[in-house]
Design a protein around this ligand. Structure first.
Ligand code: OSB
Ligand code: MG
Length: 367
């Protein structure tokens, strides 16, 4: 595959409903959409950083900078046999996994499209549907309970609620009271420290599927200390930015479950390695989400069709996030699953007119 042109766009779409986590409340999402063209094919990717360095240090602007100034110039007049060939370029750029993952995703789409097979097949997926869960933001208690009941009734296989200090045990307690023994988990987005052991021990009493990223965003050690004190499995999100982080976390006992986001770990090739490592160690994984648009969502679905993804994913139907998306919408099946697209590449149609409508920045590179 010789890349002839690359187009970057920042696309901004409002959420149906604002999303609040321990690091803030957001009304809309901005993603960089990467469009690669070879002589006869095209591929799409989505860079998933938020517009502020709140979840990780990357932002939409740092992604743009890394792509424009360091990755794209290296791609000029290069022949790519497989998307793995990007690893040589990536190795010389420290960090910036989300910038790397977005362009790698586009190359994977192009590669799979050229082969005429689905991205799921290229990655080694073996499922035709994936289990869908939903992540519910911080809100007023009554609104939250209504949302949980509504999403559960729609068929989502598990409910995740965001917590932060002052919004934790009482939320879980109310949900258990109103909804009984549903599959429930919490995500703290790194809002606690070991000084909050009492809260963690209280949460431990509610039969949660897992507690996601309770402690520091770059911590592995304190999580290992905490995991020893709890029966509930810890799941790491922010702390796992590479295959190496996953290896250390498993060796140290920092968690019993890993949330894989291909953006956070630097792409699909890295995600597969973490998946394989976890399978070898009998550690379950599931796909996290970054409130992606349709291109990123399609990629998450393909990734979560791999055999080790054996817990419900943060991959919900399009209508949980956006009124209008840049691809065909993803629907929730009545059994709480989403169907893995079978068409070539990411397998969904990208609507150029919608992309154009929501574009706030654009640049084209021709080689
Ligand atoms: O911590 O998993 C997270 C969204 C943005 C940033 C971080 C996270 C999230 C979510 C939403 O929880 C997952 C989704 O439905 O896409
Ligand atoms: Mg998380």
């Amino acid at each position: 595959m010789k890349i002839k042109a690359i187009e970057l766009r920042v696309v901004e779409i409002p959420y149906i409903y604002p999303f609040e986590t321990s690091f803030g409340r957001e009304e809309r999402n901005q993603e960089i959409i990467v469009h690669l063209c070879s002589e006869e094919m095209e591929g799409f990717g989505e860079c998933v950083a938020l517009d502020k360095p709140s979840y990780s240090y990357e932002t939409v602007n740092t992604e743009w900078h890394i792509l424009e100034d360091f990755i794209i110039p290296e791609m000029e007049s290069r022949e790519f046999e497989t998307p793995d060939d990007l690893q040589g370029i990536f190795k010389r750029i420290r960090g910036h996994p989300m910038a790397k993952a977005g362009i790698e995703e586009a190359l994977y789409d192009l590669y799979a499209t050229q082969k005429g097979v689905s991205l799921s097949r290229v990655l080694g997926g073996n499922k035709s549907t994936i289990e869908s869960g939903v992540s519910i933001g911080i809100d007023k208690m009554e609104t939250l309970l209504k949302n949980v009941a509504e999403k559960w009734a729609e068929g989502y296989k598990r409910i995740k609620v965001k917590i932060k200090p002052g919004w934790d045990v009482q939320v879980v307690k109310r949900i258990r009271k109103e909804m009984g023994d549903i599959p429930l988990m919490v995500d703290a987005n790194a809002a606690y420290t070991l000084a909050d052991m009492d809260i963690m021990k209280e949460l431990d009493q509610y039969g949660l599927m897992m507690i996601e990223q309770p402690l520091g965003y770059d911590d592995l050690y304190d999580h290992a200390v905490l995991q020893k004190e709890l029966a509930t499995p810890l799941c790491l999100d922010e702390s796992i930015e590479s295959v190496r982080d996953a290896e250390i976390a498993l060796k140290m006992g920092s968690c019993k479950i890993i949330n894989i986001k291909h953006g956070r770990v630097g792409g699909l090739t890295a995600s597969r390695k973490i998946h394989d490592l976890c399978m070898k160690n009998k550690v379950p994984v599931w796909a996290g989400g970054m409130l992606e648009f349709g291109i990123g969502r399609a990629t998450n679905i393909a990734l979560s069709s791999l055999p080790g993804f054996c817990l419900p994913n943060d991959i919900s139907a399009t209508d949980r996030y956006y009124h209008q998306d840049i691809t065909d919408p993803f629907m929730l099946n009545p059994d709480g699953t989403i169907t893995v697209p079978e068409g070539p590449g990411i397998g969904v149609h990208v609507h150029d007119d919608v992309v154009e409508k929501f574009t706030v920045r654009r640049k084209e590179f021709r080689f």
